[in-house]
Design a protein around this ligand. Structure first.
Ligand code: F3S
Length: 409
């Protein structure tokens, strides 16, 4: 039975209203499911709102019961209906759900950031900070790169944590559960952030959901060891698998040495990842090279540097197919301020802020073939009958200029 302090008991007994009570009941049920001995306070939260009916029902229920967040969470993208309306026709029903979702999350006290990379600019935790994060690239990034402590929360459990300000103490909050379980020797050269996408996708296919400790055998150029690379690594590990934390030997804070990373001198399991693994997974998940109808980048949201690299390629030219770049609102504004947005528009592209590719606003692309740098984007859109050639961002930008993906390595 989880031990609760006075304030937590008051929440559970309804002193702060029915909404907080509901959130606390859910937190207690999670605590009991995982044998958590007590609750611990959180200082940050991120809610991966999905803008879908079940998610909306949950937040509206809490709001109708008077819940308010003690810790204001940032939120995932939904879709930017004002921007998307300039590109396509939206159904009234889809627009309605977006507006209701926005209203409910505002009322409960969320920060409406609509960004799936909040850990890069708006919601950045420190080492050992206990937080409640959902979102597939966010959870591994904050655990692994910053050394903050979160379980892989769902949108709903993260919202309950934001309302109550506490989480049950279990799982990755406990140091002993954060130790590496398999040494992954990466024998291939990591030449771009796309290689990190492939590494992220391949790893769970080879080791399951164990905590990997990456050991890069070849020196990586600093420019390829970027935030974008690490964001891609985590995002893809949670597309082909479920990996809330990883370590990189000599790089991440809990893996300065082998002993650090494994919390022991013993390495339980060792595997190698080679270029052949990258090639075979890419062949499996990518549509064949050839003509494309559009280009879609930004799953997860592109960073300013990534957008700059696309602009370098398309500047002063005309795109053969429409290019949509998804990013956060602050990044889009920076691009506007720096003149990048104008260059993209002049070429025939657009930066769409606050939007996820897994949303009904992309219906006009269903049945079409595009190019992307993200295996996650290709994976999620299969159910929406979209097809993607997957290649590195640079080649994807060249392909948008040609209207065709011809060569990718
Ligand atoms: Fe972000 Fe949506 Fe992709 S939340 S990572 S754009 S699936």
């Amino acid at each position: 039975m989880v031990r609760l302090n006075k304030d937590e008991n008051d929440m559970l007994n309804g002193k702060y209203g029915k909404g907080t009570q509901t959130a606390m009941k859910i937190q207690v049920a999670i605590a009991e499911a995982f044998d958590a001995p007590y609750m611990v306070p959180i200082s940050k939260a991120h809610v991966a709102l999905s803008n879908q009916e079940a998610d909306l029902w949950f937040v509206e229920t809490l709001v109708s019961q008077g819940a308010k967040c003690r810790v204001r969470p940032t939120v995932n993208p939904s879709f930017n209906w004002k921007q998307m309306k300039k590109i396509t026709t939206l159904s009234q029903e889809d627009e309605e759900i977006v507006k209701r979702t926005d209203k409910a999350y505002r009322e409960i006290g969320a920060l409406m950031t609509y960004d799936c990379t909040p850990y890069l600019q708006l919601n950045v935790p420190k080492v050992n900070e206990v937080i409640a994060y959902s979102e597939s690239s966010a959870t591994p990034f904050v655990n692994s790169i910053y050394g903050a402590k979160t379980n892989r929360e769902s949108a709903q459990s993260a919202l309950c944590a934001a309302v109550t300000g506490v989480v049950p103490y279990y799982g990755y909050l406990d140091k002993k559960n954060r130790k590496g379980q398999v040494l992954v020797n990466v024998l291939t050269e990591m030449k771009s952030d796309f290689d990190f996408q492939l590494l992220g996708y391949v790893t769970p296919l080879k080791v399951g959901f164990k905590i990997p400790v990456f050991n890069f055998k070849n020196k990586i150029d600093k420019k390829h060891f970027s935030n974008a690379s690490l964001m891609n690594l985590g995002a893809q590990m949670n597309t082909s698998g479920n990996v809330a934390i990883y370590h990189i030997l000599g790089v991440t804070p809990e893996a300065k040495t082998f002993e650090d990373a494994f919390q022991s001198e013993n390495i339980p399991e060792i595997i190698n990842i080679t270029q052949a693994d990258f090639d075979s997974v890419r062949d499996k998940i990518s549509a064949p090279l050839g003509k494309i109808d559009f280009a879609l980048f930004g799953c997860p949201h592109l960073t300013f540097e990534q957008i700059e690299s696309v602009v370098d390629i398309i500047s002063g030219k005309k795109l053969a197919v429409p290019l949509f770049i998804m990013s956060s609102d602050p990044t889009r504004r920076l691009c506007e301020q720096m003149g990048l947005l104008k260059i993209i528009r002049d070429a025939g592209g657009e930066i769409i802020s606050n939007t996820c590719m897994d949303q009904p606003c992309w219906k006009f692309l269903y049945g079409k073939k595009g190019v992307t740098d993200s295996p996650k984007c290709a994976y999620y859109t299969r159910r929406r009958k979209m097809e993607f050639v997957i290649t590195d961002l640079e080649n994807a930008a060249y392909s948008a200029l040609k209207g065709e993906v011809t060569d990718d390595y």
